[in-house]
Design a protein around this ligand. Structure first.
Ligand SMILES: [Zn+2]
Ligand SMILES: [Zn+2]
Length: 440
């Protein structure tokens, strides 16, 4: 009988009652074929691979991360509470030492959901990885975390949530934003003024194959992780880099994903995208599970796999090496840049337009951050959606200094309530969330 080298936990949640529309790529069959494959391969009979049942997350877990406008029930369904709960269940199993590693095979996905949520973007309403991470920080005192996003699409939601946080390293490798949704994730997106360098983007050319993905994982991602020394490594394990995926243009494989996982050695993996429901997902998922458990995955083969046919060109390899070099240069300069940036003090501002493609909604944000050498800074987001609401959202970070905490409370208390549908304060130092509706 086979025995896992690393005790590995799994959660399955296919979300039978949640679909954007019956023919939409984000639908329940995504996980049903995978679940069948996992049973057929006898993975759950292997000693050391254990299945857990997901719990719903309470609203408090969501409000630790998001500003849901106008409220949680307007932007979430029960499936979202369970999907986030699946990630959290795996996180807890790892932290409690019941397993060494875990993989949450859940949907709906989450990595396009930003801190402010006025609707759904890129099939995502809430960010399930961030909800898990902030829960683990609150409940177990975890501090430094790395999230490595290997979905084909840039993890713009996770990037947004951790943009100002120097204790969270966010690395995304994805198909170049000039050729794919959401059109962001370039090498010069490095993080806010208090966290310059802890956002790392690796845009890859279309048709990158195993060679390119594994090169980047081994020679760029791995050294950065080793230097950052996170207490937990989370993998946002999107599978839409597969050569058969219908909505992307990459040439990755099930073997490749398994190898990537064994190089990355994540403590926790959370499923993100992946839309080749029969031809890729069951095989990629089995490969990832075997790699996490430290078992042999060399027999995992999807239909139509031909490494010669999908091999990247020499020009693609050369471009990937250049991107890798640039990424490592930026990383090497981060401390110097960050120290210089934080000396400036005062307030930094940016304005952005955020398109919610799933809900066809346009949000404009005016963001203010206090530049601080001692903490992640108080953050204010003035958010207006064209068919939505107007909200003022104030975030006080987990390890805020006294001065930034006071700035946050001042913003909240002196806000002109008549001008907003909601004024919200998320105070992570006290783990509280206060919302004042119009006129209250
Ligand atoms: Zn994706
Ligand atoms: Zn501060």
């Amino acid at each position: 009988m086979q025995r896992a080298k690393y005790k590995t936990g799994l959660v399955f949640f296919p979300a039978f009652d949640w679909a954007i529309s019956p023919a939409h790529p984000e639908r329940e069959e995504r996980l049903l074929y995978t679940q069948d494959q996992v049973f057929e391969e006898g993975l759950l009979d292997i000693e050391g691979i254990e299945e857990f049942k997901p719990d719903l997350v309470p609203i408090k877990d969501v409000q630790r991360v998001h500003f849901c406008v106008p409220d949680v029930w307007s932007v979430m369904t029960e499936s979202h509470f369970i999907s986030a709960g699946g990630a959290k269940t795996i996180g807890m199993a790892v932290m409690d030492g019941r397993v060494q590693r875990g993989f949450a095979l859940v949907r709906p996905p989450g990595h396009h959901a930003m801190r402010v949520v006025q609707g759904a973007r890129g099939f995502c309403n809430i960010n399930i990885e961030a909800i898990m991470v902030e829960y683990l920080r609150q409940a177990y005192g975890v501090d430094r975390v790395a999230i490595v996003d290997t979905d084909c699409h840039h993890g713009d939601g996770t990037q947004d949530i951790y943009w100002h946080d120097p204790d969270t390293l966010f690395i995304s490798m994805h198909q170049d934003g000039r050729t794919l949704y959401p059109g962001t994730g370039f090498s010069n997106e490095l993080g806010g003024p208090n966290a310059l360098g802890t956002t790392v983007n690796i845009p890859l050319p279309p048709h990158t194959s195993e060679e390119g993905f594994l090169y980047v994982t081994q020679h760029v991602v791995k050294p950065i992780l080793e230097e950052f020394k996170p207490q937990l490594v989370i993998n946002s394990a999107g599978q839409d880099n597969h050569f058969s995926d219908p909505i992307t243009n990459m040439n990755f494989s099930a073997q490749g994903y398994a190898q990537l996982t064994s190089i990355l050695q994540p403590d926790i993996a959370v499923l993100e995208g992946g839309y080749a429901i029969e031809g890729a997902l069951p095989y990629v998922n089995v490969g990832i599970i075997l790699a996490m458990a430290g078992l042999d995955y060399s027999q995992v083969r999807e239909p139509n796999y031909d490494p010669v046919k999908i091999r990247q060109t020499r020009e693609t390899s050369r471009r990937i090496e250049q991107i890798g070099e640039l990424t490592l240069q930026n990383w090497a300069q981060r401390e110097q840049r960050s120290a210089r940036s934080r000396e400036r003090r005062g307030l930094d501002r940016r304005t952005r337009n955020i398109f919610y493609d799933t809900d066809n909604l346009l949000e404009s944000q005016k963001e203010i951050i206090s530049i601080c050498p001692d903490c992640a800074g108080a953050l204010q987001i003035d958010s207006t959606a064209d068919r939505g609401r107007h909200a003022l959202c104030v975030h006080i970070p987990r390890k805020a200094c006294q001065a930034c905490r006071e700035i946050g409370y001042q913003w909240f208390e002196t806000a002109q309530r008549e001008a907003y549908d909601a004024v919200i304060l998320q105070d992570r130092t006290a783990d509280t969330y206060h919302q004042r509706q119009h006129g209250a």
